[in-house]
Design a protein around this ligand. Sequence first.
Ligand code: FES
Length: 218
Amino acid sequence: MSEEKKYTFPGKQVDVVWDERLCIHIAECGRSTGDLFVGGRQPWCRPDLVEAEEVIDVVERCPSGALTCDAKQTGYKESPGQDNAVTVSCNGPYFMRGDLDIEGAPGDMPGVAFRVALCRCGYSGNKPFCDNSHEKSGFRDYGAVGEKGEGLTSRGGTLAIKPLQDGPLSLTGNITLETGSGRIAWHGTRVALCRCGASENKPFCDGSHVAAGFKSDG
Ligand code: FES
């Protein structure tokens, strides 16, 4: 069953929904062991071949929010982890996890309330989401983070993400930044993250989007 670019794979206890608009083919699903997702099989996803817990576990690995579960019969509802974490990935997007509130995100993308990949190269045709344009554009940044931030006095809570017009991603809330190599690097409650790809102080915005002529709608 499909509606626009969303596809539902029904199961007796759990339906799996795949949102093509968000998928950047990281393959956490395809590489998972077991029979839930098998590339080349029709249908590719068969929720009834594994336990409902396994379906939920694999689906929640999806870092872009493209996969979600609809498990009304089990009472399952996805919930955020303890911290709001932003990974500055190597040559790719920001992977964010937590209690996410992305301004302007379509209401029919439930996955991005918990997991999302946001563009930081400036080239996505689906901003603020990553669409893998970083690969063609040759974007290069290993995801180092040079600052430590002011620290945190509490954890969790909502992370408000505001994509500023022709400017950076403005984040407000309890935030942890992780480098592309996996180091927990920065803690704070407010940050402007570069999304034009031009900052000399990545991942932080240094105002370079102005000289770069960055257009967030382009
Ligand atoms: S970081 Fe993936 S399209 Fe920009």
